[in-house]
Design a protein around this ligand. Structure first.
Ligand SMILES: Nc1ncnc2c1ncn2[C@@H]1O[C@H](COP(=O)(O)OP(=O)(O)OP(=O)(O)O)[C@@H](O)[C@H]1O
Length: 257
């Protein structure tokens, strides 16, 4: 199913945080949302996973306005892995992952054999199966991030929304997690700070600055030296990745270079 963000605006206490954002993510596509700190990325995402009600505009999944669906139906369509998705109670890893099935269950039903297999598969894929019996509060930041992503995947959503899914991960797990996204099935909207990872993982990238969409398009069209200077205030050199051809940004720490 496709995701359509249509004229989304969010204002809090008279301050505009997101202004008239429109962005389409085609069915099965991976679209990255990037931008400087405070540019409104998480605010926009929160509207997509319904943690925040937009001031105006709409979020549509498969043509249906999310705000008109029940929370249960919405959770069957959209799963999120977010900065505020922390788990405060000391559930075990396998219990947390199983919670991903809640939108599909009635009452306190036990998991079916298919669901147990789904959870086990997701824990394998995210490299957390060996932690199944551990309490989530005892995990490292990266381990917990992978558990929360496994929970989102077992939700079997049509749309997966990820807010900096790799910020705690070591380089191997960053690559593994992002390489799972493409062709995994769900339509993906992902906020990433690492622009080189975004270039490798995303079909298209949208750039937010001060709550507004500045541009969107293929990584090669969007991640240019002039955009880096204009939006991020950074001097970057863009080179094609020698193996994939994806644009890669090089930075020099010394400002005179
Ligand atoms: N509830 C709120 N009340 C007032 N201001 C808010 C609220 N939530 C967010 N903001 C402000 O809105 C702006 C956008 O925040 P948001 O978290 O969406 O940015 P972001 O692009 O995700 O930033 P980062 O890259 O730092 O995670 C920031 O200036 C933030 O301080």
């Amino acid at each position: 199913m496709d995701l359509r963000i249509d004229g989304l605006s969010v204002a809090i206490d008279g301050k505009s945080l997101v202004h008239d954002l429109s962005l389409d993510v085609g069915s099965g596509e991976v679209v990255g949302l990037v931008g400087p700190n405070g540019s409104g990325k998480s605010t926009a995402l929160r509207c997509v996973y319904r943690a925040l009600r937009p001031t105006s505009g709409a979020v549509l999944v498969g043509g249906d306005d999310l705000s008109r669906l029940t929370m249960r139906r919405g959770a069957q369509l959209v799963a999120a892995m977010t900065q505020d998705g922390a788990v405060d109670l000391d559930f075990t890893v396998e219990e947390v992952v199983a919670l991903g099935r809640a939108p599909h269950q009635r009452g306190n039903q036990a998991l079916t054999a298919r669901e147990r297999k789904l959870c086990a598969g997701a824990m394998e894929r995210l490299d957390v199966a060996h932690l199944a019996k551990r309490g989530v509060l005892t995990l490292s930041g990266g381990e917990r991030q992978r558990v929360l992503l496994a929970r989102a995947l077992v939700q079997e959503p049509h749309v997966l929304v990820l807010d900096e899914p790799t910020n705690h991960l070591d380089v191997r797990h960053q690559i593994e997690v992002l390489s799972h996204l493409r062709g995994a099935g769900p339509t993906v909207l992902v906020v990433l700070h690492d622009l080189n990872l975004a270039a490798a993982a995303c079909d298209r990238i949208g750039v937010l600055s001060q709550g507004r969409l500045v541009t969107s398009g293929s990584p090669a069209d969007v991640l240019t030296e002039s955009l880096m200077a204009d939006v991020f205030g950074v001097k970057a050199t863009v080179v094609p990745h020698p193996l994939t051809g994806d644009p890669q940004l090089l930075y020099a720490l010394h400002p005179s270079l």
